[in-house]
Design a protein around this ligand. Structure first.
Ligand SMILES: Nc1ncnc2c1ncn2[C@@H]1O[C@H](COP(=O)(O)OP(=O)(O)OP(=O)(O)O)[C@@H](O)[C@H]1O
Length: 243
């Protein structure tokens, strides 16, 4: 049986009955500000601090200082040292977009992971990646090849997907089908801010809880509460999911 990789979010690991199957690629979708990047950083930080697993964070949109700043804002202790020591390697937008040629940028990423010394990868974001393909068939072939390379190098990967539509109007694209798992981060407005939720819609080969669970972002990162329900498109109520 495959090993399970702990996400670093206890409540989410419970929903996943232990974690993510190792060498999977998991799509993490959500609107802006729903916590996708923080989840990615938490996943890598947890890998190093609790499991001695090295990670790579690839960003097309932020530079290293932004990522270090996000880790600091939620109090991930020792994150800077992990980066300084090379336990977490950040390939940031300066690095990835140095060449205008997309395949050279991807080669740089593959060069980093192909020594097999990493266990976890976060790609922020897959949406950027996909902009380079016009034809669906080309996108499909590339995505499959890319995720095969990640798996072959022993990586369990989170591929972040910037979602335009507001939940429950999720856009279901090729990437939803071609990845092993789909996790959604959801936020609904309330009078005083937002209510946050997480939904694991799919995880191949795993028995998962497909309810929608409330979550919070604060010091220590993301916390998922192990009580289903509370989701409402109106926000602020304790009603059961309303769709
Ligand atoms: N220390 C903190 N305490 C509480 N909430 C925080 C803290 N730091 C960040 N947040 C919340 O997390 C949100 C940002 O999360 P994150 O950057 O992971 O979102 P995202 O889904 O990656 O967004 P985007 O797609 O725009 O990059 C902020 O909007 C803020 O509400």
């Amino acid at each position: 049986m495959s090993e399970l990789v702990s996400t670093g979010v206890e409540g989410l690991d419970s929903i996943l009955t232990g974690g993510i199957t190792e060498r999977s690629t998991v799509l993490v979708s959500g609107n802006p500000g729903t916590g996708k990047s923080i989840f990615g950083i938490q996943y890598l930080h947890h890998g190093v601090s609790e499991h001695d697993e090295r990670g790579v964070y690839v960003s097309f949109e932020e530079d290293e200082a932004d990522i270090r700043g996000a880790a600091e804002s939620v109090g991930f202790e020792g994150f800077d040292e992990m980066v300084d020591d090379g336990d977490i390697v950040i390939l940031d937008k300066r690095e990835m977009l140095r060449e205008t040629d997309f395949s050279t940028a991807v080669d740089r990423l593959l060069d980093t992971v192909e020594d097999g010394e990493f266990d976890r990868l976060v790609l922020d974001s897959l949406s950027m990646f996909q902009l380079f393909f016009d034809a669906e068939q080309e996108k499909r072939t590339y995505l499959l090849k890319f995720s095969d390379i990640l798996k072959a190098n022993g990586l369990t990967s989170l591929l972040i997907n910037e979602q335009g539509a507001v939940f429950p109007d999720t856009e279901v694209g090729l990437e939803n089908f071609l990845t092993d798992g789909n996790i959604y981060f959801i936020q609904t407005p309330t009078d005083s801010g937002v209510n946050r939720y997480v939904w694991v819609a799919k995880m191949r080969k795993q028995d998962i809880d497909t309810d929608i669970f409330p979550m919070e972002i604060g010091q220590g990162g993301i916390t998922v509460h192990e009580r289903a329900g509370g989701f409402s498109m109106m926000g602020g109520s304790d009603d059961q999911p309303s769709f």
